[in-house]
Design a protein around this ligand. Structure first.
Ligand SMILES: [Zn+2]
Length: 346
């Protein structure tokens, strides 16, 4: 670490700034292997020529790319003509203050504290550096040298694919506790409320699923009986699973899925482990989420989940399932009007 350079704020604030820095580094939106590279680069434990020479693995420490200078992370990712070429092709970093970057960590520090770059920009920079490192290793083993533009293009594409894959699994965005009433989703998103009910005497459970738009209008509803002697938590998990299947059947891709079980909600958000009885179902739900464009998990208290609750209860008296599309079953009317009235504050 190069605390001395930033020592003008005093030792204590240095420490808290360094903690902040490492947390930022660790929280960047990056795929696991790129973050691992980032970590090693920041800690200066990449097998650079300097580090290899120190370990007596090689007997020269000059840069693989230019052979002009000692290959430190500062040189490789900043002062080397190769680095200049790559950064010139990207727009993520301004080519200034050359002397300041003695290491990759200095470069990250500069981006986060001086430039105050957006985390997505910093993540992109790391991904480009990773592409540079990867190509440097290829060159070292007789592989082809890629142009700066090629590396930047490749890294941008890689990041976009990563972003698209993770955006679907954004959760924790919703307030977990205290939401008592139903809140409509924003425009172009649906909200799916789900609930489960146990019919112990029938050795069965019921699940209810209701899909509504931003005005609280019913898009579709499902009431289904599942013949299995399950408990309450299992029934709630099944309700989520059925909710996703129903969404797939109806053909909706962007939605919030909401239930009143905190246990299942936390398990889906990965903020706590699921009980073992539902672990497999929870995992299946998370995998199914990847089939959609945008899925968010949400929790609401029971009072805000009435229509789904009624649908789950309704399954008691049916054989298999009933589904309604854009048509409200009469036993739901009151509860739907209630939700819309409450949410519009009138
Ligand atoms: Zn060089």
């Amino acid at each position: 670490m190069r605390l001395s350079k930033h020592a003008d704020q005093g030792a204590n604030s240095d420490q808290s700034q360094m903690r902040w820095f490492w947390k930022k580094i660790w929280d960047l939106p990056l795929p696991h292997k790129v973050r691992h590279f980032e970590w090693r680069a920041c800690r200066d434990i990449l097998p650079t020529k300097v580090n290899l020479m120190r370990r007596k693995v090689v007997n020269d420490q000059f840069c693989v790319e230019c052979s002009l200078e000692v290959e430190t992370t500062g040189h490789m990712f900043w002062t080397c003509p190769r680095a200049r070429e790559v950064w010139a092709c990207s727009k993520v970093v301004r080519l200034v203050n050359q002397e300041r970057m003695q290491s990759f960590q200095d470069l990250m520090w500069y981006m986060l504290t001086v430039e105050r770059s957006d985390v997505n920009e910093v993540a992109k920079l790391v991904c480009i550096a990773w592409a540079m490192w990867h190509n440097r290793n290829e060159i070292r083993h007789g592989g082809k040298r890629r142009s700066g533009a090629e590396l930047v293009r490749w890294a941008s594409q890689y990041m976009e694919e990563y972003k698209a894959a993770t955006e679907m699994l954004v959760c924790k965005a919703m307030v977990a506790d205290g939401v008592r009433s139903w809140i409509p989703p924003s425009e172009n998103i649906f909200k799916i409320n789900v609930d489960g009910a146990v019919f112990a005497d029938q050795k069965a459970v019921g699940v209810g699923v209701i899909i509504r738009d931003e005005k609280g209008r019913l898009e579709a509803a499902l009431s289904k009986k599942i013949l299995a002697p399950l408990g309450a938590v299992e029934a709630e998990a099944m309700a989520y699973e059925q909710g996703l299947m129903f969404a797939r059947d109806i053909g909706i891709h962007n939605f919030i899925i909401e239930g009143d079980s905190l246990i299942i909600y936390h398990a889906l958000c990965e903020s706590s482990n699921p009980p073992s009885s539902v672990a497999a179902v929870v995992q299946g739900i998370q995998e199914m989420c990847r089939e959609f464009h945008g899925v968010m998990f949400s929790h609401v208290r029971r009072q805000g989940n009435q229509p789904a609750h009624l649908l789950a209860k309704h399954a008691c008296g049916i054989v298999d399932f009933i589904a309604c599309i854009q048509e409200t079953p009469c036993f739901l009317e009151q509860a739907l009007i209630h939700d819309v009235t409450i949410s519009s504050g009138s």
